[in-house]
Design a binder for this molecule. Sequence first.
Ligand SMILES: [Zn+2]
Length: 374
Amino acid sequence: MGFYRPLLEKVLFPVLEAAHGRPTVPLLQFLRGSERWSLDALRDLQAGLLRRLIRHAAVHTVYYRKLLDERGMHADDIRDASDLCHLPLLDREAARETLESRTADEPRWVIEHAASALTGAPVVKYNAESRHWRDATRWRAYRPAPASWLARVGRALDRRLMRDLHIDCVVRSERALEQAASELAAFRPEVMVAYAAGASALARYINDHGLRSWRDIPVIIAAERLWPHDRTQIAQAFGPVFETYGCSEVMLIGAECEIHDGLHTSMENLIVELIVREPGGAVRAARPGEVGEVAITDLHNLACPMIRYVTGEVAIARAETRCPCGRGLAMIGPIDGRISEALYDRGDEIPLTSTGWRKVVTVESAADRIAMLA
Ligand SMILES: [Zn+2]
């Protein structure tokens, strides 16, 4: 509690106030610092943001007002994220049914994702603030390697040399793979954002034919489960592999660091719970080493709050030990089963398709932000 208030005044408030502008850069700078806070400080931040979310939801949404009234709960009863256990889970079906009653009278949502027939994801609406945090946490995750590729990308943008390459990996014939490998060799990407299956197919071809002619290219796996044998192939063909995990409802949930042992969760943006439903209906937190269902509370979505939303995926809970990389962000993983849907396909800076990968950073709107960081 003691930590949140000064933080709110000095750092968060100006950032939140800037939500009408383009605060992704200051947010990213904030996140680069906060990821190295102690776990206690990060939890304190979450508790403050959670109280704010619940206070807002109680006043501005029909659904949460009723829910909290029924339980005699008030935002000030929340001491930390573990107090979420007093609120019910929000399954996908419930999320669909309550969309209207969870939609706040203010702030107005600015982005709406359609329901997905492919994954069962419900309609999701969120406000500008939520979007900026989503963008900034993703940018942070996309710079996991010590190599300063983002700075290089920034300079490239500055010189207006930036291009992107999209390799379609639906067709995996010898000829298609051969062509993809030669395109890649000519293009020399700074970083690769890829789906696991496509990247591993190409990696195998490159390894089998001894075609690697480039220095390390960091590979960010943006969706699909990454199997250990695929990781080995991809690392051999391209360079270090960074697994990420997200869903279209909240975007990036976790990202691997250079230690490559589990995923750091986006604690400043989300509360990630791994929960176990007992046979009698009770819900408890998964224990370290145990598999739990992923439940997400989106701390910055005030337009249509999602509290304890169950994504439909499961992940392995981990003990609270600080990662050797120095980040304090709590860890989960590996992820055990996930949806396979384009995560970044809705007007964000790094468009992907479900069939391929691109050199990162493709659209002009990202250029200013990146140039400022370079
Ligand atoms: Zn780490």
